[in-house]
Design a protein around this ligand. Structure first.
Ligand code: NAP
Ligand code: 8YV
Length: 319
């Protein structure tokens, strides 16, 4: 008998919804006409939320459910969940780490190469017939050779990116709040220090209040006029207006961006820039990667309901 009520506030992968519905009583809030009415009538039955990237699970939302115990997030980044509030109120938050690490690192390397080697631009040149009408694509403005790379957020994905960059023969340094004891890359105790020491800054740091707009005008100034900024972490970590200005004024040279502040909206100024590369948040976007993430959502909820500590309980909720 299905005895545990799980609420999905927004759409999720069909596979996740199907498996949840097999094991639990699943409520699909986003499909309901009278969402407030449903919550008023049923809030006391809900024990778990299954949620994904763009649905805000803040205190006001979670606080409506008096018997809520677990929030299972689809995504390693759980910045849309107020995990601190959840922890303070005895709720467990889980995420989907590890299974997407190598996938996202692959995407990051692709984005880096596309940006530095102007691959989308040169492909457009070919498709537009310019190879025939104008001749070869112009030599690229820059190269990866001899470049110093800084990684902001040297965690699981950051280290997977760094391992790939080592094979490229590039010098790596990083900034985290704490020095990582399992790497020998140069550590900078400030983000500004890292930005001023490198040619290319890669952000793979989480979103949330601690990193909000941490990459601002000062950081772009420190990166400098030949600098390239790659973001595969979270758009909210960047002051997007400052980044647009830095690109327009040539405070930095270029950027490769997989994530944005108000997805899926991307500022028109960025869309109009020929010399930057924009991807629609595809870091983990393969069937294999997303299926593995979906499995984790199910396993985390099931394990919690069965009375265990879920394997991916996030650290914010451990006091
Ligand atoms: P992780 O292992 O937790 O790594 C995060 C790293 O960031 C840690 O090394 C942490 O080190 C550092 N960090 C956290 N807060 C910081 C702060 N305020 N200042 C400086 N450093 C800070 O996480 P992960 O699995 O690598 O994932 C990282 C992020 O990538 C996710 O949170 C998500 O936002 C993003 N992501 C994006 C995609 C995509 O599709 N584009 C896919 C997956 C993940 P300290 O604790 O020492 O500071
Ligand atoms: C997903 C991500 O695209 O895991 C993350 O933190 O950013 C991506 O893997 C996203 O979470 C799906 O909503």
């Amino acid at each position: 008998m299905k005895t545990v009520d799980i609420l999905a506030p927004g759409p999720m992968m069909p596979m996740v919804l199907e498996k949840l519905a097999e094991q639990f009583t699943l409520h699909r809030l986003w499909e309901m006409d009278d969402k407030d009415g449903f919550i008023k009538a049923n809030a006391h039955t809900i024990r778990g939320l299954a949620t994904g990237g763009h649905v805000k699970c803040d205190a006001a939302f979670m606080g409506q459910f008096p018997h809520l115990e677990i929030i299972a997030n689809f995504g390693v980044g759980y910045d849309s969940v107020d995990a601190k509030w959840a922890g303070q109120h005895g709720l467990v938050v889980t995420n989907t780490p590890d299974v997407l690490t190598e996938e996202v690192a692959d995407t990051c390397l692709g984005l880096l190469l596309m940006t530095v080697k102007e691959m989308p631009q040169s492909e457009r040149w070919l498709r537009d017939g310019k190879w025939v009408s104008k001749g070869p694509y112009p030599l690229t403005h820059t190269t990866l050779r001899g470049k110093k790379i800084g990684i902001f957020g040297l965690g699981r994905i950051g280290k997977a990116i760094a391992r790939r960059l080592e094979a490229f023969g590039l010098e790596i340094s990083y900034h985290n709040r704490r020095r990582a004891d399992d790497v020998s890359y140069a550590y900078h105790d400030t983000l500004a220090g890292l930005a001023s020491a490198v040619d290319i800054l890669i952000s793979v740091a989480p979103g949330g209040p601690e990193t909000h707009h941490i990459i601002n005008a000062d950081i772009f100034k420190a990166l400098g006029p030949k600098g390239i900024f790659i973001n595969i972490g979270r758009g909210s970590a960047v002051d997007e207006k400052a980044m647009v200005a830095a690109l327009q004024n040539k405070t930095i040279w270029s950027a490769g961006l997989d994530v944005f502040e108000n997805e899926p909206s991307v500022p028109a100024e960025l869309i109009g820039m020929e010399n930057i590369v924009l991807l629609p948040h595809i870091g983990s976007a393969t069937h294999q990667g997303r299926d593995a993430m979906g499995e984790k959502v199910i396993v985390n909820i099931k394990s919690f309901v069965d009375g265990h500590t879920p394997p991916d309980k996030v650290v914010h909720t451990i006091f």
